[in-house]
Design a protein around this ligand. Structure first.
Ligand code: NAI
Ligand code: MG
Length: 500
């Protein structure tokens, strides 16, 4: 099978990255960190350093936040149609540079090239076009007050101000864009921090923002570590809102650290999402759906279906089907032709996932397939797709987010009514996503109402759609991204009364 990209393009990206550290984008210019410090970027398919980036700190974040503040009034006053035009132009540029972005994303994160192209590049262009539409459609309401007299009363939606956007490493490019697109549509300015594991495509985004013609300071990009650059954003008095995607632990730390100026906070955190298969389900769809729901992007997906609940009548058939998929799944470097699952993002993530598998076995689970680091790929962070059976609630592998290709398969029986199935599905501290497979619409919709999850996928999901709200119940987060709620999260609501 031939590679779906030009080898020369890859060579050019590699030599460009080797030529020097990526820089910060502050106030419309690329600059090194004030400290002069940089950090290494590792290719997860080889474990080798192939690039570096400026390690932004407090001083850089402060300059970025000040630039965003200076740019704010002008951007908020820019006609919405003009903001929309710039967002649409950025979408076109992203598509035009799609191969470069996807290659860089795959090198940086390890994901298969085709995933980088479709979920990453096309997903980002979709986000921009969807949110460009909102720029001209953010409206208030008129209201009739009950106080005596004659009134004209209405609400205004105004941009919340300077936004700190902190993104993780699992879908670096599309998540960066999914944060800036609604913020910019609403009239906010941004300080964006990509994850330290995957800083590279955010820097390309910065170049394209300049090329599209966004004025200086509208989006500033500070690459760097969470504990330094990230923490500096969260406690900066000039940042009005933080929009964060990442671990529940850091989400809680952000809530605590943002009390200084009571920042608005949106959190899209972890999950331990249930995938529930009834005996009457179309197994030809449910089995591959369940398999790729946990093996896709090597399980490094907030909404991964990591807990499988199958009716006892079809349990063996379903688990055997998923195991077969696990055995045949092509694991390899993201840029190798035909790769279906890439490496985990880092040594740290590999260690974390392997230690969960060990902990599961220690608590009595059976490693039904997989469970090992791939020995012939010693240099990269490759792990086998893994299915654990004999898992029960209370085990760490069932309760905690693993963020790797590790499925816990569990059974329910004839004796379990929908309340019992829902209780099992709802039994973790998370509530991000869920999936139901059945031909009985009544069963599906009854269970849907009983699930404490921000997303319910019945007989298949539509992927991440910019129009569909994304977010969690319980400790999976605060607020929603995408859809109307996603753009309104970047606004303040003002009530105005006029006594006539
Ligand atoms: P993390 O939550 O530490 O990192 C996510 C982002 O937050 C990165 O940009 C990081 O630099 C930043 N960050 C870290 N500490 C910060 C702080 N004190 N203040 C401000 N920003 C900070 O996630 P990590 O350590 O990379 O992964 C650990 C686990 O988190 C994973 O195994 C997975 O379970 C979960 N996770 C969930 C994600 C999701 O999409 N819901 C994405 C990434 C990780
Ligand atoms: Mg961390």
């Amino acid at each position: 099978m031939n590679a779906p990209f030009a080898a020369a393009a890859l060579d050019q990206i590699r030599s460009e990255l080797a030529s020097g550290p990526r820089q910060l984008l502050i106030d419309g210019r690329f600059v090194p960190a004030a400290s002069g410090e940089t950090f290494d970027v590792v290719d997860p398919a080889t474990g080798q350093v192939f690039a570096s980036a400026a390690s932004g700190g407090r001083e850089d974040v402060d300059r970025a936040a000040q630039a965003a503040r200076r740019a704010f009034d002008g951007w908020a006053a820019t006609p919405p149609a003009q903001r929309a035009r710039l967002l649409l132009r950025l979408a076109d540029l992203i598509e035009a540079h799609g191969e470069r972005i996807a290659l860089t994303e795959s090198l940086d994160n390890g994901m298969p090239f085709m995933m980088a192209k479709f979920a990453g590049v096309m997903g980002a262009a979709d986000q921009l076009r969807y949110n460009a539409g909102w720029a001209t459609k953010i409206t208030g309401e008129t209201v009739q007050p009950s106080a005596p007299g004659e009134w004209h009363a209405f609400t205004l939606r105004e941009p919340v101000g300077v936004v700190g956007a902190i993104v993780p490493w699992n879908f670096p490019f599309v998540m960066s864009v999914a944060k800036i697109a609604p913020a910019l549509a609403a009239g906010c300015t941004v300080v964006l921090k990509p994850a330290e594991q995957t800083p590279l495509t955010a820097v390309i985004l910065g170049e394209l923002l300049l090329e599209a013609g966004f004025p200086a300071g509208i989006v500033n990009i500070v690459t760097g570590y969470g504990e330094t650059a990230g923490a500096a954003i969260v406690d900066h008095p000039g940042v009005d809102k933080v929009s964060f995607t990442g671990s529940t632990a850091v989400g809680k730390a952000i809530v605590r650290a943002s009390t200084g100026n009571l920042k608005r906070v949106t959190l899209e955190l972890g999950g331990k999402s249930p995938n529930i298969i009834f005996a009457d389900a179309d197994l030809s769809k449910a089995i591959p759906g369940a398999a790729m729901g946990i093996f896709g992007n090597a399980g490094q997906v907030c909404a991964a279906g990591s807990r499988l609940f199958v009716h006892e009548a079809v349990f063996d058939e379903v688990v055997e089907g998923i195991k077969e998929r696990a055995r045949t799944l092509k694991v390899g470097p993201g840029l190798a032709p035909g790769t279906e699952m890439g490496p985990l993002v880092s040594q740290e993530q590999l260690d974390r996932v392997l230690s969960y598998v060990e902990s599961g076995a220690g608590e009595g689970a059976t490693i039904s397939v997989g469970g090992q680091r791939l020995s012939d790929q010693d240099a990269g962070y490759f792990i086998q797709p893994t299915v654990l059976t004999g898992t029960v609630s209370g085990m760490r592998v069932v309760e905690e987010e693993i963020f790797g290709p590790v499925l816990c398969a569990m059974k329910f029986g004839e004796g379990d009514d929908l309340d019992a199935v829902a209780a099992q599905a709802n039994s973790t501290e998370y509530g991000l996503s869920s999936a139901i497979w059945t031909r009985d619409l009544s069963t599906a919709l009854k269970l849907c109402r009983r699930l404490k999850a921000g997303t319910v996928r019945i007989n298949g999901g539509a992927g991440v759609d910019p129009g569909l709200p994304l977010g969690g119940y319980k400790q999976s987060g605060w607020g929603r991204e995408n859809g109307r709620a996603g753009v309104e999260a970047y606004t303040e609501l003002k009530a105005v009364t006029v006594a006539l």
